[in-house]
Design a binder for this molecule. Structure first.
Ligand SMILES: [Fe+2]
Length: 362
């Protein structure tokens, strides 16, 4: 049941001793709160299931459902309600346990009424902040999920994904993570060149080009806080970040003409030695397009100016790729890469950039 902000803060006082309950009731009511009382944990649960409360102020020692059990139950069934525990001086360890179980604060008995008010206000403030954060995160997850779903739906509505559509997809990523479009274009050209050398059929080559172009499209489903975080990611953030190949696959495989490309998006972080993600594929289990892409991606990562790797050149890329041949990369792809001169790679890089600049000027 929704309440407006102007309504009073509702506090449920759970206390089996009638005089103490009445004292708390009258005092907190005089301080502007709307107070309801319950003489037991059981009664409190009945009230909580039918009405909205902002805070429960509960005694620990009560017959039947005691305060600690009530706290656990509220955490489980009514996570939007904050709890402050009232506990006897001899029960300090209970107070510590209550805090560990999720109580916002505890008040030692015998208490001074003004301390009760201060504790209730502090708890409400703390609780309000964590509720706001939880709402923000829920909204954020919803928006990101909606964004992926909207993208998939749009793609599905198109019978054939045109070149403009593919570019629009990558441009959407570029708006968030700068350089994505330029990187995707260069990588797809490098991939096509390697595929030509490896005698890949023209149909498969086209799928590889699209897959390389759209490899990171799943990042649309990753929140800005993670995608654009300047420092190191936490373990949890890495787990989230590593979902992007699967999200990309999910978005792309809804379109018939992008099914092969979706396999490359799914496998673009796999490693030849099986140490990649998300499926730990090994060797030829990894689609050839993704194995070729891995070398192309590494070449571009090292030779293009990225904020964290200024001015590393072709020689460095060459040695890095040789060093990781057979582990990160398929050595057959590496051999093909080494057959191409630095001048040719540089020519492809410049031609891609020029074509793109001309396109943008028109
Ligand atoms: Fe990626």
């Amino acid at each position: 049941m929704a309440r407006t902000m102007s309504e009073q803060i509702r506090v449920l006082v759970v206390e089996d001793e009638g005089p103490v309950r009445a004292l708390l009731h009258d005092y907190l009511q005089s301080r502007g709160f709307e107070i309801h009382g319950a003489a037991s944990g059981e009664e409190a649960l009945v009230l909580l299931s039918g009405e909205d409360f902002d805070l429960v102020l509960s005694d620990v020692r009560m017959p039947g459902i005691n305060g600690m059990d009530l706290l656990s139950e509220i955490r489980r069934r009514h996570s939007g309600v904050g709890v402050v525990m009232l506990t006897g001086c001899e029960d300090v360890s209970q107070a510590v346990n209550a805090m560990k179980t999720g109580a916002l604060d505890y008040i030692l008995k015998p208490f001074r009424l003004e301390n009760v008010e201060a504790s209730v206000r502090r708890a409400l403030e703390k609780h309000g902040e964590s509720r706001r954060q939880a709402c923000y995160l829920r909204d954020l997850e919803k928006t990101i999920e909606e964004r992926s779903v909207a993208l998939r739906d749009t793609l599905r509505s198109l019978k054939e994904a045109s070149e403009e559509t593919l570019e629009a997809l990558v441009a959407a990523l570029d708006a968030r993570e700068h350089q994505t479009l330029a990187h995707s274009k260069r990588v797809s050209e490098y991939t096509v060149h390697l595929a030509e050398i490896m005698d890949v059929s023209s149909g498969a080559m086209e799928a590889m080009r699209k897959g390389a172009m759209l490899h990171d499209v799943g990042k649309i489903g990753i929140s800005d806080t993670i995608l654009l975080k300047p420092g190191n990611l936490t373990v949890e953030e890495w787990v989230e970040m590593r979902r992007h190949p699967e999200i990309g696959h999910w978005i792309l495989n809804s379109v018939e003409s992008l099914k092969s490309a979706s396999e490359i998006a799914l496998a673009h972080h796999e490693r030849f030695d099986g140490q990649g993600y998300p499926r730990n594929l090994k060797g030829e289990e990894i689609p050839l397009g993704a194995r070729i892409f891995a070398v192309a991606d590494s070449l571009d990562a090292i030779t293009s100016d990225r904020p964290y790797r200024q001015g590393r050149f072709y020689e460095e890329a060459r040695w890095e790729i040789i060093r990781n041949s057979g582990t990160q990369f398929d050595s057959r792809v590496v051999d093909s890469f080494l057959r191409v001169s630095p001048e040719v790679w540089d020519h492809i890089r410049r031609a891609t950039l020029e074509a793109w600049s001309a396109e943008r000027a028109n």
